[in-house]
Design a protein around this ligand. Structure first.
Ligand code: AGP
Length: 611
């Protein structure tokens, strides 16, 4: 996620902005920039890459001024580059904007503005905001920003300065955090508290649809009708390292808790409502349109957690769209002799977009004539640059080595692909499609609800973290989730964990089951509850302890399982985006019980750029 900072006071703004941006580096970014007002001038400096490159630019072309805004960018629209970095300016070069979030209707707004003769300098969604503010500007910056906001759909935290309004910052938020720090004769602004702590602990949190007019003498707050509102200052009593993690003990836990938001971010820009009121999937960004209705086969290649997203995709695409899907581990794919048909759709999944084996598989398929669709979280990554089309997961930067929110966003992406194919092929009616999309839209709130079960999982982890063996089993959509759950547990708690399709139990794994075994049964596929129940009885008869992950309104397993962790009811086909969350929490709490740092598991790297 991007970072926003702002300063207005009497000191030189640029070093304050740079230091504040440094405090947000932990969030991940690929470029940075600042804009400062100096008398009649608006001075902007931007640079791709690390903050030191921006600092080098500023050292060469010193800028002075006591009011400014800054930004670290995590690219979503347009690759990382100087041009795409924030702040973005309007045509007159007098207004500068920094923005976090996604403007969903930016392409429509861009076309309209281009129709008025406005030339765009970047590929970003944010630039439309600068031009809109300019369009509405009649001497009152606050009014112009409010009018521009009326045109925007999507999420934003933004800050705007204008050379005709010296010593003034206007900011606003919707679905993206923004906090204002109050000083003595100076004010600060940031997307995240760590950027403010060096200067003040007195803060105001903006709520959705609120605006603030910040001057060195004081801050005024407004609702979306621009009526003045009162806000109460709050005192921050965390230290810096806790603040970076938003008060969570580890990045992994923070990222697990971010999933309601990241799922929403992944989904929202891809849903459209027709004149008939029915919702459908729009994947124009990867060019999947009617020409793809005859797709004979989908091939998916990935590693680790991303491979598990690919396996879940197989179940979803085959079920909804009736297209055969082959899923391959990239390190295998690259060395075997795969058979490729030019009409196949080739999907590569990678959080980082830099995994060596995944890139090798992609290049091999490309050489053989395949059109590559990448699903990745990192704009500007090698995968994003070399693929023919990219579906960004939009989960925001993932810092913990163990992937959590990137995985659920990958799942959301593959479900969107599955439903899109079903839409093109007519394997679902418009009404059925609408029904599934509405349920996808309900999942972020359901993820939020199930996170409230964390104490149950924490207590169960406290009782079982010392088990010698942990097996995860499931059927259909629960099987890839069992695999992902076992990987999470072994990665961060170093517990020997394996997973298997529950039907395989009798074909070998049951020989390992004894009183030192914990079996986690993922049970969300209603038509196979009786089969899962039998499997649970079989392992219990051999002394295993069983935890069952099932629906909160389901009593099927009450008598057989030793503990039950629940997820809110959804369609059986869509459960992976929910059922993996208890397993992520379980792995996390087992690691904590063992006094391990879940953010830095031994021998593992976030990005595996070598074979
Ligand atoms: C996930 O928790 C792991 N750290 C690992 O399996 C990871 O998913 C794998 O290395 C692939 O990474 P990628 O998605 O960045 O390509």
């Amino acid at each position: 996620m991007c970072g926003i900072v702002g300063y207005v006071g009497v000191k030189n703004a640029s070093p304050i902005l740079i230091e504040a941006l440094k405090k947000l580096e932990y969030r991940g970014y690929d470029s940075a920039g600042i804009a400062v007002l100096n008398n009649d001038e608006l001075l902007v400096r931007k640079a791709k890459g690390a903050l030191k490159f921006l600092q080098e630019k500023i050292a060469k072309e010193i800028i002075r001024g006591s009011c400014g805004i800054g930004h670290t960018r995590w690219a979503t629209h347009g690759e990382p580059s100087d041009e795409n970095s924030h702040p973005h300016t309007d045509v007159s070069g007098s207004i500068a904007v920094v923005h976090n979030g996604i403007i969903e209707n930016y392409s429509i707004l861009k076309q309209k503005l281009q129709g008025k003769g406005i030339t765009f300098k970047s590929e970003t969604d944010t630039e439309v905001i600068a031009h809109l503010v300019h369009y509405y500007y009649d001497g009152n910056l606050l009014h112009a920003v409010a009018k521009a906001l009326n045109q925007l759909q999507g999420s934003y935290a933004l800050a705007v300065i204008c050379k005709d309004s010296p010593d003034t910052i206007v900011c606003a938020r919707k679905d993206s955090p923004l906090v204002i720090g109050q000083g003595n004769g100076e004010q600060f602004l940031a997307s995240d508290v760590p950027a403010l702590l060096e200067h003040t602990r007195t803060v105001f949190y903006l709520n959705d649809n609120e605006l603030a007019l910040i001057k060195k003498e004081g801050i005024s707050f407004f609702n979306e009708e621009l009526e003045p509102i009162e806000k109460t200052a709050e005192h921050v009593n965390w230290d810096l390292s806790a603040a970076e993690k938003d008060g969570f003990e580890h990045f992994m836990l923070k990222e697990i808790y971010e999933q309601p938001q990241s799922l929403l971010q992944t989904l929202r820009p891809r849903i459209v409502t027709g004149d008939d009121g029915l919702k459908s999937v729009n994947l124009d960004e990867i060019g999947i349109d009617q020409r793809y209705a005859q797709t004979p086969r989908v091939i998916i290649t990935a590693c680790g957690t991303a491979y598990h997203a690919g396996l879940a995709a197989k179940y979803a695409i085959e079920h909804f769209a009736r297209i055969p899907v082959d899923v391959d581990i990239a390190s295998e794919y690259r060395y075997r002799s795969p058979i490729l048909n030019p009409a196949d759709v080739f999907i590569i999944i990678s959080q980082s977009g830099e995994t060596a084996d995944t890139l090798a598989a992609m290049r091999m398929a490309k050489k053989a004539g395949a059109r590559i669709i990448a699903i990745t979280n990192v704009a500007g990554s090698t995968l994003a640059r070399e693929a023919d089309a990219v579906l960004f997961t939009l989960a925001g930067p993932e810092i913990a080595v163990a992937s959590t929110k990137a995985f659920t966003s990958q799942l959301m992406c593959v479900y969107l692909v599955a439903l899109k194919f079903a839409q093109l092929k007519g394997t679902l009616t418009k009404e059925e499609l609408h029904k599934y999309i509405e349920e996808l839209e309900a999942l972020p709130a359901k993820a939020q609800e199930l996170l409230q079960n964390k104490e149950i999982i924490q207590r169960f982890a406290a009782k079982t973290f010392n088990k010698k063996k942990v097996f995860f089993m499931g059927r259909l959509a629960d099987y890839p989730i069992s695999m992902e759950s076992a990987l999470k547990l072994k990665e961060i708690s170093y517990t020997h964990s394996e997973s298997f399709a529950a039907g395989e139990l009798k074909h070998g794994p049951i020989a390992l089951v004894d009183t030192d075994t914990l079996v986690v049964a993922v049970c969300t596929q209603s038509k196979l509850f009786d089969k899962m129940d039998s499997n649970i009885k079989e392992v219990k008869a051999r002394g295993a302890t069983v935890m069952c992950i099932t629906y909160q309104d389901e009593s099927y397993f009450n008598k057989t399982a030793d503990a039950t962790v629940t997820i809110p009811r959804t369609y059986d086909e869509l459960t992976p985006m929910l059922s993996v969350i208890p397993a992520q929490l379980f792995a996390y709490y087992c690691a904590v019980q063992r006094s391990l740092d879940p953010d830095k598991p031994r021998n593992l790297a976030k990005s595996v750029t070598v074979e």
